[in-house]
Design a protein around this ligand. Structure first.
Ligand code: MN
Length: 514
């Protein structure tokens, strides 16, 4: 189990019926309890399973599903049909259940007991046909779910359940998620914008705007002593040149300003209960800040880096979709080792088969992906946006290895999730570009990977993780009921174009649009 998911539960419900007599159901119940205990003790599942008993009638199924919906700790339901469980009795319950559903096709016994098996044994080990009956009703209802097939003690089977549990938990988190935008979209930018009403209906999170005039009371309430303490904490946590600690220097003042901006942002996020935010370098409050000291003297880059590492969603230039997606990525990968970040396609490096894309931003890259154990705190001039002044930032390069970049775009009649396999490689030093960065080669190669992403309408921003596998995004898209395009080692331009065309028709005909 993962500590961060301690308060969450996944309910396990076993389908049966009373045809074989009460004794059979008692045995089914015993088997189910043993399986749930065994799976919980496996050490593979990040969220505990809670066995909710056998469901033997339509009324019992409906009762369990209504309770699952009402229980805040429950993030999803796993069903398994130990015996034949006539599936009409699942119709009403499945109509009630809106939380993520996983259908586990397994069996209590691993192998057939060839020498001893009789009819009684078969009554109790009928998932081979019981799970098919249940599968039919889900197919007939067009009900989204994940099907996992395998022996319940097998690590591979448990691994599929573990991924789904993490995605289900992140889904629950998104249903209670508020993203605050400090400033609007960057003017005229299309891909980071979209339908916020539909996003709340379909993806769960809520997006609010906060004017800088509303940020100022929080800014003014920050005590100098707290800023001093946070500045000291920076020097303790991060590598830095000793001169930065000179309190008479401009560099020190800029670090102090960054600390104050961080405390102001934290105060806003705490007061609003927001789980993510966006910034916009064209909207930073009072233009006379250098004279008045009231407001942000530069985009709060260091604050964004540090808040991302704690799990706050972040999107630059008002990109609320990426802020929410980063929050989801961070949430579902809690306890996993390699880290995640908001990233931007910055500039290209043509080098034949090693052609790659430098991932960076003005400042805001999450230190969870840093190769160095201690990122470096530096102060440099930043000339983009409305302020032309130096500011603090953490500088590092990313780990190498495989990962996934993801984005969600609004296609007008639906949301489209684009997920791409990428390989992070070692960059050369960037002495004149003192920002955090990563360098990756898209799969199957730069030419096809970048073409597919661009043809799909993918953003220049993404939520990136080393820990996520394609199965996470497959499960996420299934739960959200949105389009998914996965760019990977098998992608060809011709097949990808065909997929785009087929999806266009599917979503035109499909009643559930976005
Ligand atoms: Mn950007």
């Amino acid at each position: 189990m993962i500590k961060e998911f301690d308060n969450l539960e996944v309910w396990f419900v076993t389908g049966a019926q009373l045809l074989y007599g009460g004794d059979a159901v008692v045995q089914v119940d015993g088997h189910s309890q043993k399986m749930v205990d065994g799976m919980n003790e496996s050490g593979v599942l990040p969220i505990k399973l809670v066995y909710k008993g056998t469901a033997n009638s339509s009324a019992e199924v409906t009762d369990i599903m209504v309770r699952a919906e009402a229980e805040p700790k429950c993030v999803g339901v796993i069903t398994w049909m130990h015996t034949f469980s006539p599936a009409k009795m699942w119709i009403h319950g499945m109509q009630k259940l809106r939380k993520p559903l996983l259908h586990l096709h397994t069996q209590f016994n691993e192998e057939i007991p060839w020498d001893t098996m009789d009819m009684d044994f078969m009554n109790l080990n009928q998932s081979a046909h019981g799970d098919r009956e249940f599968g039919y009703i889900l197919a007939r209802m067009r009900k989204g779910h994940k099907t996992v097939v395998g022996y319940w003690k097998d690590e591979k089977t448990l691994g599929h359940i573990a991924v789904w549990e993490r995605v289900a938990a992140a889904w629950a988190d998104a249903q209670d998620c508020r993203i605050i935008r400090f400033g609007d979209q960057m003017n005229n930018v299309a891909v980071t914008d979209g339908d916020k009403v539909e996003a709340e209906l379909r993806l769960g999170y809520h997006v609010d705007y906060m004017a800088f005039s509303d940020v100022m009371p929080f800014f003014d309430s920050i005590k100098d002593s707290d800023v001093d303490a946070l500045t000291k904490e920076y020097f303790r946590l991060y590598d830095h040149n000793k001169e930065l600690e000179d309190k008479t220097s401009l560099e020190f003042k800029k670090i102090w300003n960054s600390a104050k901006a961080e405390l102001a942002l934290r105060a806003v996020l705490k007061a609003t209960g927001a789980k993510g935010f966006t910034t916009n370098f064209d909207d930073l409050g009072d233009v006379n800040v250098e004279k008045t000291g009231r407001g942000f003297d530069q985009i709060p880059g260091l604050a964004s880096q540090r808040l991302m590492a704690e799990g706050y969603g972040f999107g630059a230039e008002g990109d609320w979709k990426t802020a929410a997606l980063f929050r989801t990525v961070w949430y579902m990968t809690q306890g996993l080792p390699e880290g995640c970040s908001f990233l931007e396609d910055y500039t290209l490096n043509f080098d034949g088969e090693r052609s790659a894309i430098l991932q960076a931003h003005m400042l805001e890259i999450c230190p969870l992906i840093a190769a160095e154990s201690k990122p470096k705190l530096e102060v440099h001039h930043l000339g983009i946006g409305i302020r032309k002044t130096p500011t603090a930032r953490l500088v590092f390069t990313s780990k190498t290895g495989s990962g996934m970049a993801a984005t969600i775009v609004d296609m007008g009649n639906r949301f489209r999730l684009i997920a791409a396999d990428v390989e992070c490689i070692k960059p050369k030093p960037l002495p004149k570009l003192p920002v955090a960065s990563a360098l990756w080669i898209p799969k199957p190669n730069f030419e096809i990977g970048a073409a597919a992403w661009i043809m799909a309408g993918g953003t220049h921003h993404s939520a990136f993780s080393y820990d996520i596998t394609p199965e996470y995004w497959e499960d996420y898209a299934e739960i959200a009921d949105i389009e998914i395009l996965h760019i990977n080692a098998q992608t060809t331009v011709a097949n990808f174009k065909q997929e785009l065309r087929i999806n266009e028709v599917y979503y035109m005909l499909n009643k559930s649009l976005k």
